[in-house]
Design a binder for this molecule. Sequence first.
Ligand code: OOG
Ligand code: NI
Length: 468
Amino acid sequence: MSTDAFVHPDEIRSMFSSAMSDMYRSEVPQYGTLMELVSEINQSKLEAEPELADSLAHNGELERIDLERHGAIRLGKPEELFNMRRLFAVMGMHPVGYYDLSVAGVPVHSTAFRPIDEEALKRNPFRVFTSLLRLELIEDEDLRSEAEGILAKRDIFTADAIKLIYLAEKNGGLTRTQAEQFVAEALETFRWHSDSTVTLETYQKLHDAHRLIADVVCFKGPHINHLTPRTLDIDAVQQDMPKRGITPKAIVEGPPARSCPILLRQTSFKALEERVNFIGDRRDETVGTHTARFGEIEQRGIALTAEGRKLYDTLLAATRHAVQINVGGSNARDYETELVERFRAFPDDYETLRVEKLAFFRYSPTKAGLNAAKKDDLTGSINALVDQGYLRADPIIYEDFLPVSAAGIFQSNLGSDEQKNYSEQSNQKVFEDSLGAPVSDELDLYAGLEQDSLNAALEALGIRKNVA
Ligand code: OOG
Ligand code: NI
């Protein structure tokens, strides 16, 4: 079969994310309300700032502005992660980054399945933050083996989903009919099931060990626990949520608002309490509730180099050390003030970020540069070429996640009192063994993008050698 007959993985990803969005909106009505709010705030921001609208239009981002950027799931056993990697690969999503959340008291480690190349990200940026439960962190041995026993019995993929994954791998793609069927079958894995696979008593035992363990172990599959659209003004959405009857978490995670946004800012609304039917003989013993599903929004900025990231981590740690948000979140303002103060130490103009090598940039030759190159042999350092207006540098956007922020999102939806410190060390190797592949290093990806853009720009300007 010729590859022309295959649907492009980027298109399968778009089909899948839009099907997922429809499903989630009908399952979690508050999420629909959040989407409306985000869309309204994006519109007014675009009207108020025509330059922003222009630059988004220039990058081809305007039409997809309100679309979901990511979702999240939590898996229970290694083979689920292994097959999830295969499933996402059909949609052009590959594991990037390793996040150890046990250090923040959440017994999981994670990766993000996402498109890697720039074109694919532009066509549809949808990604899924995927966590694997670390059962070895349950101290009580009996409980651990009970959880293992429950998980051993479940199969989270439909037989047809597995068959279509196999066909995609074998033939190198899926035909339109197969792709449509694949999306429908894949969706089954992410669906919410209000019937638990265990008794209320078992649920409660696992819940007492850690809410997250109950969330993963007691259900038929890894229900998608949130979807996250992009907002152009996260502070405005955070502020307006209560007006729409939505309760946001106490603070926006990540860096403060800045003129040059860095990394990722995110906030979520609290998880819903949902009715669950547990296994049992007596009706009054079988109905309970579970909180798992919520909504989130994100706003992204420039990707930081290792050095920039170190500075970010240091300033964030200092803020968190100085102000610990209390359970009710009544001191959220103090935290925000502290955060803004501390981050004054982080340069807030693109030129300094670039010259000090704190962030990644995409280089391109300017018209003036191309004209000059026709007349003369250009030389000089990168900085000199930029100063002369021959080379232009645009921010490369951060496409990944932040472990401290992710832990904050987890915690606000598990109840913020859930602080536990696991002594066990992080274990990327074990994670990759389960995954059946290494995860890509996100910093290498950004560095590669920057270098490729620089090489191409220098070549266009007739400069062979990379000048320091
Ligand atoms: C995932 C939380 C992490 C984010 O945006 O950082 C996350 C989860 O709750 O399963 O989605
Ligand atoms: Ni999220």
